[in-house]
Ligand binder design. Structure first.
Ligand code: NAI
Length: 251
């Protein structure tokens, strides 16, 4: 590992992209990376509008409208990073969606949309950034998986498969990018209190909290600090790993 030049601002001089940064976990990741000194490019769907601008302003970074599933998302992002910043040091694939349905009603549209955002987009975007030289040597790829990709939830075959896929993805990509000294890791949050989980019924939400060995929901900052640790120069010996945040799942 390399000790950062400043322990107060270990990411000073680094450029970090966070997808899905308009709200929730992504917005907090943007804040924490900026606190650590990174210049943050906050990306989210064009419809995120004002919320994305607010995140960008709050962290002193820039907003970048990007639907990660757009066919040219990687190319668009690579061009932007090279032109404005000479490339990025850190990419956090945080954008994610749920489209829950019991297996019998799990139609192709629900399956494909969740796979598209949660699994296919991170792979494609990382590949293109590396290919175009928009992710620097010694860089960091940090994916947001989920406990649902380890333990499984009823009604989430699509989501669980996509998040389990992310774990396989980071392990394989960490091997592929090791020669460039780019580390690739994932955080697997348990139940975290955000808009995504606020949308589920109260009883299910409470069950989610109790499924953690800690018997509580996590906060967005719990996830963000783990991401910041993966991004830190001092974690350069850590790659291909998955860190669970918010207890051991009792599933
Ligand atoms: P959220 O729904 O509050 O925020 C997700 C953000 O991603 C939104 O701003 C949304 O506009 C953006 N997004 C969605 N599709 C996009 C696309 N195609 N292109 C660009 N941006 C897109 O969700 P939350 O809770 O903050 O989740 C963030 C990540 O953490 C997701 O990957 C989620 O699966 C994961 N996660 C969340 C947990 C929780 O309990 N909240 C638990 C485990 C994982």
């Amino acid at each position: 590992a390399t000790a950062p030049e400043s322990w107060d601002r270990p990411l000073a001089g680094k450029v970090a992209v966070v997808t899905g940064a308009a709200r929730g976990i992504g917005a907090t990741i943007a804040e924490v990376l900026a606190r650590d000194g990174a210049t943050v490019v906050a990306a989210d769907v064009p419809a995120a509008g004002d919320a994305l601008t607010q995140t960008a302003n709050k962290v002193g970074g820039t907003a970048f409208a990007l639907d990660v599933t757009a066919p040219d998302a990687g190319e668009k992002l690579a061009a932007h990073l090279l032109e404005r910043h000479g490339g990025a040091d850190i990419i956090v694939h945080n954008a994610g969606i749920t489209r829950d349905k019991l297996l019998v009603n799990m139609d192709a549209a629900r399956w494909n949309s969740v796979m598209g955002v949660n699994l296919i987009a991170p792979r494609k975007i990382t590949d293109v950034l590396v290919e175009k030289g928009a992710l620097k040597e010694g860089g960091r790829v940090i994916d947001v998986s989920s406990i649902a990709g380890i333990a499984g939830n009823r009604g989430q075959t699509n989501y669980g498969a996509s998040k389990a896929g992310v774990i396989g993805l980071v392990q394989a990509t960490s091997e592929a990018l090791a020669d460039k000294k780019i580390t690739v890791n994932a955080v697997a949050p348990g139940f975290i209190e955000t808009a995504m989980t606020a949308a589920i019924p109260v009883a299910t939400r409470e069950a989610g909290r109790l499924m953690s060995s800690l018997q509580q929901g996590g906060e967005t900052v719990d996830v963000a600090e783990t991401v910041a640790w993966f991004a830190n120069p001092a974690s350069s010996a850590v790659t291909g790993q998955v860190v669970r945040v918010c207890g051991q799942s009792m599933l």
